[in-house]
Ligand binder design. Structure first.
Ligand code: DC
Length: 335
């Protein structure tokens, strides 16, 4: 069971206003969390005392939320609190990382949400997203969250335990006991697994492939997405990954999707690994990247996909400087 929280505001205590606001709030909660209405066990509203308290649950029923228990309550007065505000809690019979929904000025209830900006950069392996994300975060003085490193750490855990990458039952147990911490040292992300810094180890090619495999499991994604949202809600950051703009932060302030040809991407990875003294064969690296693309794009949950509102950047013929400049220009244009 999870609880999805949310809030919205209305302009006046009128039935039509409440009806529209409640409908929008509930529909967004359902859509953003990918739940079915019949998975909702109950919906609890609480309204500020300037609203007819009973009406939100009536409005929910009118909006077609009929199969669950509906309650409306009135909140005690809060000095300087938001006026004409309706809060909601949806109790849902499903294991998901909840995406809370704050609309129409209610965002200001969450000070932590208003003062942060989130930049989502998605794309396949070697598209340049981590280089660009790191540069952007340094230039803007905000955090960089490498979500791929988190899936890599999960893969390492599974590999260390000698568990089959497809054995979801055993992986569920491993995820339950996972101790994964993201730390920062001089602005650089450190990935700490079971108290050990695994930042280098997770870059090895066999871990890349394993990360792509384990990341298809719901139990892994749920845990990672929850952690990522927790970080992004508290701090301004640039996040790179596969599903940031589509699933993790569909409301990110800025979204980019980086791509490049497989040849260019394989060459970049080859140069990166050989520079670190890791010997790799270019052709097998290229085959591995193509296989990983297919696996990441083809999985059922949160596949690698460009969000409709993400800016598409083909980095094949662009230098890092050119991509960073282009991304910054797009951010400036939107601000
Ligand atoms: O970005 P990367 O190459 O470090 O990611 C390693 C794997 O982790 C990638 O092949 C798929 C998975 N991944 C994911 O499924 N979702 C993310 N947000 C980031 C990575």
């Amino acid at each position: 069971m999870v609880v999805i929280r949310g809030a919205t505001t209305i302009a006046a205590d009128e039935k039509e206003e409440i009806r529209a606001a409640v409908k929008e709030l509930l529909e967004q909660a359902v859509n953003r969390n990918g739940i079915n209405r019949d998975e909702i066990v109950s919906i609890v509203f609480s309204s500020t005392s300037d609203i007819h308290a009973y009406y939100p649950s009536k409005a929910a029923r009118e909006a077609g939320f009929e199969g669950c228990a509906l309650f409306s309550a009135q909140e005690p007065e809060i000095v300087d609190g938001l006026k004409l505000c309706i809060r909601v809690m949806l109790f849902v019979e499903k294991e998901i990382a909840p995406h809370h929904v704050y609309l129409r000025g209610a965002k200001f209830l969450r000070k932590d949400l208003t003062s942060v900006i989130n930049i989502a950069i998605d794309g396949p392996a070697g598209s340049g997203k981590s280089t660009v994300a790191k540069r952007l975060s340094a230039d803007m003085g905000i955090l960089y969250l490498d979500t791929g490193a988190m899936y890599r750490a999960c893969a390492l855990k599974v590999l260390q335990a000698g568990v089959d990458l497809n054995d979801e039952t055993k992986i569920v147990d491993l995820m339950r006991d996972l101790k994964l911490d993201i730390a920062y040292e001089n602005g650089a992300q450190k990935t700490i697994l079971d108290g050990r810094d695994v930042s280098e180890e997770i870059r090895l090619p066999h871990v890349s492939m394993a990360a792509s495999s384990v990341s298809k499991h719901a139990c892994v994604r749920m845990k990672m997405v929850e952690k990522q949202r927790e970080i992004a809600e508290k701090m301004s950051c640039v996040l790179d990954g596969r599903d940031i703009g589509t699933v993790v932060l569909p409301d990110a302030d800025f979204k980019f999707f980086l791509t490049a040809s497989v040849d260019v991407r394989a060459k970049r990875r080859y140069d990166e690994l050989t520079a670190k003294g890791i010997s790799v064969d270019y052709l097998s690296l290229k085959a591995e990247i193509a296989e990983r693309d297919a696996q990441d794009e083809g999985r059922a949950i949160a596949p690698l996909k460009r969000a409709e509102d993400a800016v598409l950047v083909d980095t094949s013929d662009l230098s890092v400087e050119e991509v960073v400049a282009l991304v910054k220009r797009k951010i400036q244009e939107k601000i």
